[in-house]
Design a protein around this ligand. Structure first.
Ligand code: IPE
Ligand code: IPE
Ligand code: MG
Length: 251
């Protein structure tokens, strides 16, 4: 059994919440504004959400910032999104570091502009010792690409003799870019779309899913609180039997 299977269904808060931040374009369009404004407001929503997460019992937040498929958007939009990483990290890194946030960037480094790759490395290095809160930003990330990269890493370990014997789920999971983060308890998608769009495909195995009809730039601690409340009311079973009522009361 993989070690990300919690022992019980305790009704507590989700330790690790992952969010598909969707709807920036529609938010802007509804206001007759360019999409770039929607993305900028999306960064403000992210800041609010990070600030509100610890009080809800969330210790790790993973957000989808840019998918491997988002390269197919018009060049000016791609460059707006790259620009937001530059300004967000430049303006917020010192504060995040001071507040005890460990920042990790998930996804492929190759293919990113050199300066962004350097910004990411510095941000991770500057916050690596922090343990109050973990923020993971999936950027140039695709769930399938991450699985392919983990498979390639494993093949290299086999070829070099480092890996022997049958491959386990835990050993494979250790090659994914989320390795070291707690198991994903809850995946939220905003904007009313009902799909994963290549986000955390492996990690989603037993995550609870919550879809919210709110566009990402309108998001914040209240909306996250509603998602957390929905999670806490869920009955997680991980393929096992439903616990007997008296046993649940005892927990
Ligand atoms: C989410 O908003 C942000 C990214 C994908 C980068 P969208 O840009 O997808 O907004 P919609 O879905 O077009 O409204
Ligand atoms: C997923 O949203 C990617 C991010 C939120 C960064 P998209 O808007 O790109 O996904 P689709 O195209 O609607 O599936
Ligand atoms: Mg979208």
């Amino acid at each position: 059994m993989p070690d990300d299977t919690p022992a019980s269904n305790h009704g507590g808060p989700p330790l690790h919440v992952a969010v598909i931040m969707d709807g920036n374009g529609r938010w802007a369009k509804a206001r007759g504004l360019p999409r770039s404004v929607g993305h900028r407001e999306g960064v403000e929503a992210l800041k609010r959400t990070i600030r509100g997460a610890p009080a809800l019992g969330v210790g790790c937040l993973t957000v989808f910032g840019f998918s491997t498929e988002n390269w197919s958007r018009p060049e000016d939009e791609v460059s707006d999104l790259m620009g937001l990483v530059r300004t967000y990290v430049a303006s917020d890194l010192a504060r995040l570091a001071k507040e005890g946030v460990r920042l990790r960037i998930l996804g492929r480094r190759r293919g990113l502009p050199d300066d962004i790759a350097r910004i990411i490395e510095k941000a991770e290095a500057d916050t690596a010792h922090n343990d109050r809160f973990m923020l993971q930003v999936a950027f140039n990330y695709g769930g399938r690409a991450d699985i392919v990269d983990a498979a390639e890493a494993h093949a290299r370990r086999v070829a070099s003799g480092q890996a022997t014997g049958p491959l386990t789920e835990d050993a494979f999971g250790a090659g994914l870019s989320t390795a070291g983060a707690p198991p994903v308890d809850l995946i939220v998608r905003t904007s009313g779309e009902l799909r994963l769009s290549n986000f955390l495909l492996w990690e989603a195995a037993y995550a609870e899913l919550v879809f919210q009809d709110i566009l990402w730039p309108d998001y914040g601690p209240e909306a996250l609180g509603r998602a957390v409340a929905e999670f806490r009311a869920r009955d997680r079973r991980f393929g096992g039997r439903k616990p007997a009522e008296p046993l649940r009361e005892a927990i």
